[in-house]
Design a protein around this ligand. Sequence first.
Ligand code: HSE
Length: 436
Amino acid sequence: MKKLNIGLLGLGTVGTGTAKILIENKEIIKKKTGANLHLKKAADIDLNKKRGVVFEKGTLTNDVFEVINDDKIDIIVEMIGGKTIAKEFIIKALKNKKHVVTANKALLAEAGEELFELAYKNGVDIAYEASVGGAIPIIKSIRESLAGNNITAVNGILNGTCNYILSQIANKGMEFKDALAQAQANGYAEADPTFDIEGFDTAHKTAIIASLAYGTKINFDDLYIEGITGITKTDIKYAKEFGYLIKLLAITKDLGNSIEARIHPTMIPINNMLAKIDGSLNAISVFGDAVGELMLCGYGAGMMPTASAVVGDIIDIARNILFNAKTRIPIAGFMPAQIKSKPVTPIEDILTNYYFRFFLLDKPNVLSLVAGILGAYGISIKSVHQKERNPQEGVPVIIITHLAKEAEVKKALKEISALDIVLQKPVFIRIEDDEK
Ligand code: HSE
């Protein structure tokens, strides 16, 4: 039986999961590939840690170059993460004409183009299914299964930590910090959880998906990124009363000459498919001209689900090697010469529905002042609800709008905030609805 050798860099959570699958599921992988995918070397700085995996003698090493420079190794699996040494190691592996599998979303979001070019130059592949949505085969779906479509939009819940926190607050009334601590304990969160809750992790994944879906270069710094730290129990409760849930959503649309790509807390109707995605689950809805809407859902974080995607990539590459079919599928979905740059629409130019929560003095004429300013900026009101009655200390007033332009919304809210009947800074949350 043909043997292909694999070298693993990094035995953290996902690296360990990958080793575990390669070792423990060796026989089933043989049956499906006709080859022995052998974990020849695995490098990590800490070799004493108990990992619950039985490695063959001589597999473990402290020296990454012992792995990258091993002539017998066909596929390097980079599980270190980050944008510095991981990049250096991937470059070295590609130059050594080794195929690379990685889950490194931050690196791919910011330097994917450079690495893909180097891979083509050396006639090897880079596979990165685990970089977006953990176990969910979204990269494969877009690159292969949906290749016949013009993809018009991709929206997703791409961060398990945020989805877990928002679900725990909505379903159990839990405090933000307690839900975050649980997500960390469950192993979903990044080493620095601000990457999760401030939206950067979702943004890295969004950049990868948008480039792949639309055949564009995306400048990561042009994405609009807003995390979930400003979301309160109060707004989650009111959202529910109005038939919405709040999710940290990645929203991308191909507008022809530009791409909309934004990450922010979003109210979605409870009957939207993405609203059913609870806890650490991720889900991604792809809209194509032939397929309509296709939603994929699964575990977007955690050791074994993410390792499942890594091993899927290893097997894909192994099968290509066995049939001498390198870079059979374009790494970024489109033929390299067809990839164009398109600008990302500035957030000020987007058109969407809005939820406003004001805290207003409860006396005659107050609402007309607020409505007057909204009207002056062309913002049309869909519904208004006053939540309580308290003439002395003020009351929450919720307004839901029809489609409005973000720049006008911000100007209107600034003017409204300056009124003396406004007792707190207004809150606004974007709504993703079907209104045209
Ligand atoms: N920290 C990420 C999440 C998992 O919470 O979804 C890895 O992408």
